[in-house]
Design a protein around this ligand. Structure first.
Ligand SMILES: O=C(O)CCC(=O)C(=O)O
Ligand SMILES: [Fe+2]
Length: 265
């Protein structure tokens, strides 16, 4: 990237503009030209409430080796990386059945989001799929209430040997389902993308030292129930702790070299 286009880019980050979902904004987010896309009123308060009510009759499990505690319904490639690919794909069917029964009794944000991305890009938008194993799981119902460490989510670095490792850009979408009235629990994204040399800043299974984001531009957003926020998770980011409940529906979104867009968790 040239010095001039870098300058234009950091202007956009400084202005902290919010973008709606369009072909152009999605392309710019994938290329890290803008920090954030917001889909206002993606779901109604009633839809969000009913999804949470359905989910609460099942067990949320804690992420393994992740501190502070993060709970979720659904499975992640990140955790099975330490176990095995085969075990992940064995767990997909059951996790998918549970997700589908919760969504059938409330509403389906995953289908809605995929449809919106399809409409605005014209691309093939599908759940990620692994040769010889089949479909991935996508769509966690997640509670992040004690915050996260500074981290990135970027499969080419984390998931060697999986289809999702071949993506060229990675985003995350979060639908905020429940958010206790609170001025905390915000999400902060830094204009600093993970690079191979950054392993020296790693603290544990996923957290990084603040040194890595020194001097980087950042944007902090306040989540609202019913809104979806999409951001580029190769950028270092962090969720502030809060008092009360903070429940989201979320998955990763990746761009493949052939232009297809894949989702997984
Ligand atoms: O819950 C959030 O606001 C963002 C969580 C996160 O780290 C992610 O979606 O990658
Ligand atoms: Fe993240």
């Amino acid at each position: 990237m040239t010095a001039i286009s870098n300058k234009i880019k950091s202007k956009v980050w400084e202005n902290k503009q919010e973008y709606s979902l369009t072909t152009e904004s999605l392309r710019m987010l994938l290329e890290n030209q803008i920090p954030l896309i917001r889909l206002k009123e993606f779901a109604t308060p009633q839809e969000c409430e009913s999804l949470v009510a359905q989910a609460q009759s099942f067990n949320f499990n804690s992420y393994q080796n992740v501190y502070p505690k993060i709970e979720r319904i659904g499975i992640t490639v990140f955790e099975y990386n330490q176990i095995s690919k085969a075990a992940y794909f064995q767990a997909v069917e059951r996790a998918t059945q549970l997700r589908d029964s919760i969504l059938a009794a409330s509403f389906n944000p995953l289908e809605r989001l995929m449809m919106k991305i399809r409409e605005c890009t014209g691309a093939t938008v599908r759940i990620a799929s692994e040769p010889h194993y089949g479909s991935y799981y996508a769509g966690l119902i997640r509670k992040i209430e004690q915050g996260t460490q500074l981290h990135v989510d970027y499969a080419p670095f984390e998931q060697l040997g999986w289809e999702v490792c071949t993506i060229t850009a990675q985003l995350s979408w979060n639908l905020y389902l429940k958010f206790s009235p609170n001025s905390h629990g915000k999400t902060r994204i830094y204009d600093r993308q993970w690079q191979p040399g950054d392993n020296q800043y790693k603290l544990d299974s996923y957290g990084y030292s603040d040194t890595v984001i020194a001097d980087a531009d950042m944007i902090t957003f306040q989540p609202y129930v019913g809104d979806v926020f999409i951001f580029n998770t190769r950028n270092f980011h962090i969720v502030e702790p809060m008092d009360g409940q903070r429940v989201t529906f979320t998955s990763a979104i990746g761009l493949l070299p052939n232009g297809e867009i894949i989702l997984w968790s």
